[in-house]
Design a protein around this ligand. Sequence first.
Ligand code: TLP
Length: 341
Amino acid sequence: MIDLRSDTVTRPTPAMRRAMMEAEVGDDVYGEDPTVNRLEQSAAEIAGKEAALFVPSGTMGNTIAVKLHTEPGQEVICDARAHVLDYELAMVAWFSGCVVRAIPTEDGILSWDAVRQRIRPLGPHWAPTGLIEIENTHNMAGGTVYPLRAIREICDGAHQRGLKVHMDGARVFNAAAAVSASVRDVVAPVDTVMFCLSKALGAPVGSMLAGPADLIAKGRLYRKRLGGGMRQVGVLAAAGLIALEETPRRLPEDHCNAKFLAEGLSRIPGIQVDPARVATNIVIFDVGGTGLPSGEISGRLKQRGVLINGVNERLMRAVTHYDVDRAACAEALAAMEQAVA
Ligand code: TLP
């Protein structure tokens, strides 16, 4: 199967499997797992933050971050297609007691001007703004990337008003590669960042939440509350360390493959996508013109050995990663041509 459903589907590399087997471990709830400690230190250094916390999933990392920055009864400002809003089972409401103030955007990228207009002061009617959340890269907008300046403007504006900014950087390594900057530079202005080891970087499990030491120490307690105290979890952290060392340098290849896919898709009658807008490893394309619902196309592709999911009836999403090379992308395009013919 050529699996383009997500970059979460990658299998651990041989080096990851070796490192997992040989990992030194201890009880991480006591802070005694040396491999986890190394991973957290390394993640903090990469992000240029004081501390980092290893969490089982991106959802848990975002959930803890929102809880750290807000009080129940506040609003979290984010883009209208944000993962925290659409794909995390309302954890913003359930765990933090907040509502989302969603800003519709064309490309998932917020501007300070748009954010500024939605910030609510204390008053007799409104829920006050508690947090600004930005997603970089933006998944459902098609892997779009924040210009460094936009991040800086949002953070400067928010900080002047005493507000914090959290970045859902599930794919922040892709974002950094796309703007030719270091992850540290991309996340420098934000207060906290969550990034995933298990997406484009290829580790089997795990995400990191990085930020100021006092917040991360508090976050450790929320992680335990959520059932994320994982004991001898160095076996997983070991794979995460390899992911941080091995994978970032090859992400541009995934980005080229995504562009190649988008170019091929744009030539198939009935499919609409602008390859020029594909900046990282995610291609969202419109199959409305084929007259077929996305579910039907997914089924036909599966029969031809290709997995691509629909986002809704009209839109589909293909995500490149290290388990699909250029030849596999070409095969997927041929299968798509047949599927919609
Ligand atoms: N995204 C998954 C699905 O949930 C859609 C995917 O296949 O892309 N933030 C962003 C921007 C994400 O894309 C994801 C996962 C998460 C957070 C959550 O990470 P996990 O799945 O580890 O909880």
